[in-house]
Design a protein around this ligand. Structure first.
Ligand SMILES: [Zn+2]
Length: 76
């Protein structure tokens, strides 16, 4: 959906992009990385059937997630 702009479930091309942000009044979507550090998660929602996908858009956030949640046995 992020790249094709087409819903994989119903083939609709009406896709909402909901940016990840850190707020206390709704629309919040993020993963906690550490003290005051977050990875923002962007949601893509099909307007027709409601199917949704979530993407970490920033490459640096993906690297931080790998450091925090990656398999420990890789580091040996
Ligand atoms: Zn759909």
């Amino acid at each position: 959906m992020k790249y094709s702009n087409t819903c994989p479930k119903c083939a609709s091309t009406e896709i909402l992009k909901i940016p990840g942000r850190i707020a206390s009044n709704g629309g919040t979507n993020f993963i906690v990385l550490g003290f005051l550090k977050y990875a923002k998660v962007t949601r893509y929602v099909c307007e027709n059937c409601g199917y949704s996908e979530e993407w970490i858009d920033r490459k640096s956030d993906i690297e931080a997630l790998k450091r925090k949640f990656g398999r420990k046995d890789k580091e040996k």
